[in-house]
Design a protein around this ligand. Structure first.
Ligand SMILES: *Cc1c(COP(=O)(O)O)cnc(C)c1O
Length: 439
């Protein structure tokens, strides 16, 4: 039987692999569009969708999501530059992160972005000083709150604990005088982010209500207008057998009900949800080629040409439990899984395992193996330089046409920034060797 291979918008995956080489990331623009479109249709119109570049900093992905209407949530100077070159309007950019350098703050001021999300009183003072040095006033700032409460439903708790992120709600309550002394900045609202990989709508809705309540309370206490409130995001997608995708209608129904009274009380307030994983995960696939199929002590291994060096989150980053991401034979996409394989990459470490004893159709060397739902936190969160393999090519398929959106690293790329220095033999070391009688 000749099993059928995967097609992406009509393009056979084998053709992509031949043309661009493996390993390879393949993004499907139809899926990016459909995820964004469904969310935009269902979500309250007062809530703007911002794309967190951290999840997938590819400039073409950023530009495409922006063309669909998504703003950009940025956390480094290079992400800012990426969004600018992608054509994102600075009015649809925010910049956050606990460790912004003066250069990054300066770049935000120069770009005139919608808001800098400040994460400490010390950062506010630095920014105020920079605004003064550069002759600016009214610099729009959101205060990131470290809430008193912990978000429910995420492995990665952000609130209710000592954190480097945001300003403790309690500190803010007592900071009215201090904030008033900052003459060059204008606080226009608040930001809170409760964590990532939320899959239960009830938790997301409950967290959002708490964030909106806290923003109202702090606004009253501090006399800060509510022009913008960023309610975070962290919407998850199911990766593992025991998980399931939430129902988007159920989620937006709950969110819209939470948002509606707030919007009525604060007409004109811009609400923002910042999403990385949800917008890009399902649109991406990591494509590797099986090099060898081998047995070891009763277990069958597929050794592929790519692994955790590009898809580290598949096995765990930030405390994920080690579980199998969805993995498929792309060469035999419609065939029944009949064998159990442990799929590994090329690294010289036993932890380079992208799936342990997964059910796949029979695999032969040369077959293409894919990690599904790999469009978020792939290259951006993986140790691509380990063993000097470098980062793979990335292809975005749009209307049936594949576009190379990132070239594969070449050996010259990888070596270009290293310097081979000519070191004179060390005379003292020579003397010491002779004294010790060694050659
Ligand atoms: C990482 C991060 C995001 C994106 O999170 P996802 O779970 O990928 O949507 C958004 N906001 C902040 C503050 C983050 O740290």
């Amino acid at each position: 039987m000749n099993a059928a291979e995967l097609h992406v918008q009509g393009v056979p995956v084998s053709r992509l692999a031949e043309r661009y080489g493996t390993p390879l990331f393949v993004y499907d623009a139809e899926e990016l569009h459909s995820v964004h479109h469904r969310l935009r249709e269902l979500l309250h119109p007062a809530v703007d969708i911002f794309f967190s570049l951290k999840a997938n900093p590819n400039i073409s992905i950023c530009a495409y999501l922006n063309s669909l209407g998504a703003g950009a949530e940025l956390s480094s100077a290079v992400e800012l530059l990426t969004a600018r070159r992608a054509g994102v309007d600075p009015a649809d950019m925010i910049f956050l992160g606990p460790g912004k350098t003066r250069e990054e703050l300066r770049a935000c001021l120069d770009a005139g972005i919608s808001a800098i999300v400040c994460e400490s009183l010390a950062e506010l003072r630095v920014l105020d000083g920079l605004a003064e040095e550069t002759g600016r006033t009214g610099v729009p700032v959101l205060l990131r709150i470290n809430p008193d409460f912990a978000g429910r439903g995420t492995g990665l708790t952000m609130g209710g604990k000592p954190r480097q992120f945001g300003i403790d709600a309690e500190t803010l309550r007592g900071a009215r005088t201090e904030l008033a002394a900052l003459r060059r900045i204008r606080v226009t609202g608040f930001h809170a982010y409760m964590g990532t990989r939320f899959l239960d709508p009830a938790h997301i809705v409950a967290n959002t209500r708490q964030i909106l309540d806290l923003a109202e309370e702090l606004s009253r206490t501090l006399g800060i207008p509510l022009e913008t409130v960023d309610i975070g995001g962290g919407l998850g997608v199911a990766y593992f057998d025991n998980e399931k995708d939430f129902d988007l209608g159920e989620l937006t129904g709950g969110l819209n009900a939470a948002v509606e009274p707030f919007v009525r009380a604060h007409p004109g307030c811009r609400l923002i949800t910042e999403l990385g994983r949800y917008l890009t995960a399902t649109a991406g696939r990591y494509v590797t080629r099986a090099l060898y199929v081998k047995e070891s002590m009763g277990e069958t291994f597929v050794v592929a040409d790519g692994g955790t060096n590009h898809i580290m989150p598949a096995v765990g980053i930030g405390g994920f439990v080690k579980r199998n991401f969805p993995i498929r034979s792309l060469s035999r996409y419609d065939a029944e899984p009949t064998h159990a394989y442990t799929v590994t990459g090329p690294l010289c470490t036993p932890s380079d395992v992208i799936a342990k004893r997964v059910a796949l159709p029979a695999v032969e060397p040369g077959d293409l193996i894919g990690v599904e739902r790999a469009g978020a936190y792939g290259p951006s969160a993986s140790p691509g330089h380990f063993l000097s393999h470098g980062f793979p090519a990335e292809v975005l398929v749009h209307r049936g046409v594949p576009h190379l959106v990132r070239e594969r690293d070449t050996a010259e790329d990888l070596l270009a920034r290293q310097r081979l220095v000519d070191l004179d033999p060390d005379p003292d070391l020579d003397t010491a060797r002779k004294r010790n009688g060694s050659a």
